[in-house]
Design a protein around this ligand. Structure first.
Ligand SMILES: NC(=O)c1ccc[n+]([C@@H]2O[C@H](COP(=O)([O-])OP(=O)(O)OC[C@H]3O[C@@H](n4cnc5c(N)ncnc54)[C@H](O)[C@@H]3O)[C@@H](O)[C@H]2O)c1
Length: 344
């Protein structure tokens, strides 16, 4: 194995991202506590020294991202006598990385955090960038911290056991990241659709690495989302509304992001920002990867849900729109214009 490590300065933190080649197994030696779920425990068994550390195995699913589960992780850390210099390893999808990130950020005011994302979505998005959290009082990610991991280990080989629908969900975010800043990745996703869908080792590492590096470049400039980090929310105002109106779990997050990004392209077109050819390119790519671009949902309920989203500023709805790859802006939009997009 010849891992390629990149380091990123995130505020006062440094995050090292270790990119493995497409076939090498994860190798993490030093962890005092490992948190995974029943779907990812088999990966812990083969990840080196960390396999012998005390382990918490969660039930898979979004409902684990909760205060009671957070408390149980902290309690276990205390029971095992972890100190501030000890490492907690979170190995799993975005649910595990968000939850373990939060636990590490508050344990003794911050112990060492290492993350090993095992879903494509967590690799290109959730595990890097320091946003941690749990769902609270019925709202997603209502309580959390900014706490970048000291190390993020990205090993494409662990995706072998990821269910097909979860893999495609991650491709939704990967395509979105490509739109935000990597024309070459976009071209690769267009040309190599069959190989990417088949998780071919020839393309997998490059797709993941490039997808993640777009996010790294943005977060490095704006850890706490006071500016351009908001661009990562491309498609998300539509997506979050659809997820909540359709019922969480009906659409995976990545499926909703694909639908939302296509809607954002149409919105940009209506506003005179997005050229028709760019919108068509986006829609074709999502369709080629099998994403649904049509949703059966009440337009009024979707708009109502958008008003509850975190993207509301000064009582106005803001949307991320683009005039081309890497040419992104945040604009206020009237509800009537959103209605028109939903009617299309
Ligand atoms: N912090 C951030 O910046 C950020 C960004 C995006 C999403 N998120 C969060 O991430 C979560 C979604 O992440 P997700 O899509 O990874 O969901 P998830 O963690 O629920 O994983 C999806 C499913 O795949 C399973 N799984 C994961 N890796 C596997 C593997 N290698 N083999 C077999 N099964 C595997 C999981 O057990 C789960 O059943 C949400 O809670 C979302 O809020 C956070």
């Amino acid at each position: 194995m010849n891992p390629d490590t990149r380091s990123f300065a995130l505020g006062s933190y440094t995050s090292h991202v270790v990119f493995y080649d497409s076939v090498s197994p994860l190798s993490i030696s030093n962890a005092s506590l490992v948190v995974c779920d029943t779907h990812t425990e088999h990966i812990v068994e083969t990840c080196g020294g960390a396999a012998h550390a005390p382990r918490i195995v969660l039930t898979p699913g979004e409902s684990e991202k909760s205060m009671p589960v957070l408390e149980s992780i902290l309690r276990t850390a205390v029971e095992h006598g972890l100190s501030r210099g000890d490492t907690i390893l979170g190995l799993g999808g975005g649910v595990v990385t968000d939850l373990v990130g939060f636990a590490a950020s508050v344990y003794m005011r911050g112990c060492r955090l290492v993350l090993a994302p095992t879903s494509l979505l967590a690799m290109v998005d959730a595990a890097f960038g320091g946003k941690t959290g749990v769902n609270f009082a019925g709202y997603k990610n209502m309580v959390g911290t900014f706490y970048p991991a000291a190390e993020v280990h990205v090993a494409p080989s662990v995706l072998a056991s990821l269910p097909e629908r979860e893999y495609r969900s991650g491709l939704g975010e990967t395509i979105k990241n490509a739109l935000l800043g990597d024309e070459d990745l976009l071209g690769l996703l267009e040309r190599e659709q069959e190989a990417v869908s088949a998780r071919s080792p020839q393309v997998l590492r490059e797709v993941i690495q490039r997808g993640l590096l777009v996010k790294c470049g943005i977060v490095e400039q704006d850890l706490t989302e006071t500016g351009i980090r908001a661009f990562l929310n491309l498609g998300h105002t539509f997506a979050h509304a659809l997820e909540s109106v359709a019922g969480f779990g009906t659409w995976t997050h990545g499926e909703a992001v694909a639908w939302g990004t296509a809607k954002a392209a149409r919105l940009g077109e209506l506003l005179g920002i997005t050229p028709l050819a760019y919108r068509t390119r986006i829609e074709r790519l999502f369709s080629d990867y099998g994403f649904r671009l049509h949703a059966e949902a009440s337009h009024e309920r979707l708009i109502e849900a958008m008003w509850h989203d975190k993207k509301l500023k000064d009582g106005r709805l803001y949307f991320v729109v683009q005039s081309g790859v890497g040419q992104t802006q945040l604009v206020p939009v009237e509800p009537e214009t959103v209605r028109e997009v939903l009617r299309d």
